[in-house]
Design a protein around this ligand. Structure first.
Ligand SMILES: Nc1ncnc2c1ncn2[C@@H]1O[C@H](COP(=O)(O)OP(=O)(O)OP(=O)(O)O)[C@@H](O)[C@H]1O
Ligand SMILES: [Mg+2]
Length: 628
């Protein structure tokens, strides 16, 4: 780090000024930032009595010369910027030359520092901002700062401090945020003589997450990587199943700086839409890399808020980055050719239960439909989807109005599904290498209330809400195929009358609507003509989807394009899904059970309701008091 200079007044005046030292956590934040800016590989933070009595931060960074060590306590003394233009492209965490002056003004400080090239270090003692003693000191390379008796000379501020435990918790949060932002730095925290946390400093974010929040937190995350328009986002976001009741574990960083941003929290929420129940929030650790010239960090005295030159691009990269991480396929189980057959169920014949699907003969309760034979040696997840497709085709074949589109039905056109590659793992040493989910048998037991599928799955009994599950399956498929969705061309195009506003709203969003299989055109006088509709729903449902959408658009509730698209998919999925109360054949129930159980993506319906409830053998034995 360069020599410390005192900024000229006009530059100093351009810096967002304000209170830097509010509590022990803000002191620790500033001292940690200085250590990281000094290029430290390892930093130890120690506090006593919530940090009010004692804070020590020791680093192995570049250290300071004897002159710099004294200058550092002056206001606007910094080595990180020197002129006004430097404020336009800040690459360090500090830049104001404010922190040490502000901290030393309200405490008693010991500074011990030595640069690598100096033979001898320097020790300085300052009280209320004045250097009282200075001497040579034999010490290791790097810097130690000890802050004692915080606010000893400002009793009014002392009164605002909270209980030691609360202040200590705030210190811990600040340390965790810094440790996540800089996994390349090993950070250790000692509280009242007890080791609280210690990150490895190996540069692997997942390992830092593991050290800070434990194995479950680290393992229930999906990796996010997205680059666009010179901006990138990387990090992790949680699976919908591991959401929380508050936003406490949402971490956003911009160029290594922890920031608070409502805009990024909204982008995150939007990416999880239809996946979380009300009152549940995702957790995330997301690092944005934005060219320093496009982000202004000089907007908030505590440097915790930033302003982006291209806010929309930043929103989009977080939204799409997280969304595609959530949609990325899990390690899928590809069951061997001999998928266990369901056990006979009372009211069906053996033949009806045979669903090995070579050739795939699917039967509906009333009229069986035979598909062209095809080679399906392995029952993959895709083939299970095809079975579900079969149900929808069957339904459709009853409608004389329609014909199949010129698009090839998916189960004929699709090449053999390849098992997806396992994601790369930054595994922890003790973890087993890339494992394939253990194969568990699925046995259909039956259905309750024409609504809940009951199946035995390995050592568990599961209840699946068939409508919710099917709705999600269709929704996933629509999302996956968005842009190349299958349509059904209507023999007789349907004219739908709207009022003029709704009609305009529909036509304005035509591009989005057509991504999922609609073909709509203006018909004059507030009407649109619909000549193709998404595969799998009937005309009346398709019209209802358009009417719902027109209502949503007219009410102005949603204006973002991704919302319009997912809103429409969601409406199509709801209309196309089998309904609770409807009778279904065991093959259909089995196909749904397999699709749900053999992969992890069908866990919540698009409204966020759970799709499945599972009772393990253990749960049942406890309930029956076989075990305690
Ligand atoms: N741990 C450290 N190791 C080496 N140099 C340090 C350390 N802490 C402070 N310094 C030096 O002291 C200067 C003043 O630090 P201070 O924190 O007051 O200001 P800053 O980091 O430049 O800006 P800000 O007020 O935004 O933090 C820094 O610019 C840096 O040169
Ligand atoms: Mg600083």
């Amino acid at each position: 780090m360069g020599v410390i200079n005192v900024l000229e007044t006009h530059v100093a005046n351009m810096i967002a000024a304000g209170e830097v030292v509010e509590n022990p956590a803000s002191v620790v934040k500033e001292l940690l930032e200085n250590a990281i800016d000094a290029g430290a590989c390892a930093v130890t933070v120690e506090i006593q009595s919530g940090g009010v009595a004692y804070i020590r931060v020791t680093d192995d960074g570049c250290g300071m010369s004897p002159e710099d060590a004294k200058t550092a306590f002056l206001r606007h003394a910094t080595s990180k910027i020197s002129k006004a233009e430097d404020l336009d492209g800040i690459t360090t965490l500090g830049f104001r030359g404010e922190a040490l002056a502000a901290i030393s003004a309200v405490s008693k400080i010991d500074l011990i520092t030595k640069s690598k090239t100096a033979g001898m270090g320097t020790a300085i003692y300052a009280e209320a901002g004045d250097v009282i003693r200075e001497s040579d000191s034999g010490c290791p390379d790097g810097t130690t700062i000890i802050v004692r008796e915080l606010f000893y000379n400002t009793p009014a501020r002392m009164r605002f401090l909270k209980k030691d435990a609360t202040e200590a918790a705030a210190v811990e949060s600040v340390i965790k945020a810094s440790a996540l932002a800089h996994p390349e730095v090993s950070i250790k925290f000692i509280r009242d003589g007890r080791d609280v946390l210690h990150t490895p400093g190996d540069g692997v974010l997942k390992n830092a997450m593991y050290a800070l929040f434990g194995r479950d937190f680290a393992n229930n995350m999906k990796e996010v990587v997205c680059h666009q328009h010179g901006i990138s986002v990387r990090g992790f976001t949680c699976t919908p199943q591991s959401s929380r009741g508050n936003r406490g574990l949402q971490f956003f960083f911009v160029n290594g700086r922890a920031i608070k941003s409502k805009m990024l929290a909204v982008a995150l929420d939007n990416a999880y839409k239809e996946m979380l129940m009300k009152g549940r929030f995702p957790t995330c650790v997301l690092m944005l890399d934005v060219p320093p010239t496009q982000v202004d960090v000089n907007v908030h005295p505590a440097k915790t808020e930033v302003k982006f030159a291209r806010e929309r691009d930043v929103f989009d990269i977080v939204y799409f980055g997280v969304k595609s991480a959530l949609e990325a396929r899990e390690e899928k189980v590809v069951p061997p050719p001999s998928v266990p057959k369901p056990a006979p169920v009372d009211n069906v014949t053996k033949n009806q239960m045979k669903i090995d699907m070579t050739p795939p003969v699917l039967k509906l309760s009333s009229s069986p439909i035979k598909l062209e034979p095809m080679e399906m040696p392995v029952r993959t997840e895709e083939s299970v989807i095809s079975a579900l497709e079969g149900m929808k085709n069957e339904k459709k074949s009853e409608k004389p109005l329609m014909m199949r589109s010129t698009y090839m039905p998916e189960y004929r056109a699709e090449p053999k599904a390849e098992p997806p590659k396992a994601p790369e793992r930054e595994a922890f040493a003790e973890e087993k290498p890339s494992e394939v989910k253990e194969e568990k048998k699925i046995r259909l037991i039956g259905e309750a209330m024409n609504t809940y599928i009951i199946a035995e799955y390995g050592d568990s009994v599961v209840f699946i809400d068939k409508h919710a599950a099917h709705e999600r399956i269709i929704f996933e498929k629509l999302q996956k195929n968005s842009g190349s969705a299958m349509s059904q061309i209507l023999l007789t195009p349907e004219v739908v009358e709207f009022d003029k506003l709704s009609c305009a709203a529909i036509l304005e969003n035509r591009e989005e609507i057509e991504k999922i299989g609609f073909d709509v055109d203006e018909f004059g006088d507030g009407s649109v003509v619909v000549s193709a509709i998404p595969d799998g729903i009937d005309v009346n449902d398709a019209v209802a989807v358009l009417e719902d959408l027109a209502e949503t658009l007219r009410s102005g509730a949603r204006t973002r394009r991704p919302d319009i698209l997912s809103e429409t998919m969601y409406s199509v999925a709801c209309k196309a899904a089998i309904k609770a109360g409807q009778k279904n054949a065991p093959e259909e129930l089995m196909a749904i059970a397999e699709r749900v159980l053999l992969s992890d993506d069908i866990r919540f319906c698009p409204h966020g309701r759970p799709v499945m409830i599972e009772f393990s053998k253990n749960d049942l034995e406890r309930k029956f008091k076989r075990i305690v």
